[in-house]
Write a protein that binds this ligand. Structure first.
Ligand SMILES: [Zn+2]
Length: 144
């Protein structure tokens, strides 16, 4: 069962995001990097903003991240989230992948307990039709 109800709108990848979501469908969290200069970037874009190369690689992210920022959603922005309120939308960063920040959900925690810098662990939310969404939970509560 997915974290949000089945009527939650699904990601609709653009052509630039297709590779990112294809890796997610294999439960592999990978971020785009420039094949020429190594600059990491997310969300994916067609050209490096540093060296203008269009050649890309996808670098596997570590399973652990840190909360860079977050907000607690207390109002129903879509009917599908009504039963999940309040929930946490977080921006996480990966100390080993400078420049990459991911907007995600921090789950398995009371919203009042979230702290900037807290370590969290990736889990894959199966939302159906072979699609997986990367979400995070506090490291101390992480399970396989
Ligand atoms: Zn570059």
């Amino acid at each position: 069962m997915s974290y949000f109800p089945a009527d939650m709108p699904r990601p609709e990848p653009t052509i630039d995001e297709a590779a990112f979501w294809d890796y997610c469908s294999k439960r592999s969290l990978r971020f785009q990097s420039c094949a020429q200069c190594g600059t990491m970037r997310h969300p994916p874009i067609p050209m490096c903003y540093r060296c203008h190369s269009c050649e890309t690689n996808y670098v596997e992210a570590p399973m652990e991240a840190e909360v860079y920022s977050y907000t607690v959603v207390r109002h129903e922005s879509h009917p599908a989230v009504a039963t999940k309120l309040p929930y946490v939308v977080a921006i996480v960063e990966f100390p080993k992948l400078p420049g990459v920040r991911l907007i995600t959900n921090l789950t398995d925690i009371e919203p009042g307990e979230v702290k900037i810098g807290m370590r969290c662990s990736l889990w894959w939310d199966a939302i159906g039709d072979g699609m997986f969404v990367p979400r995070f939970r506090p490291l101390a509560q992480a399970t396989a």
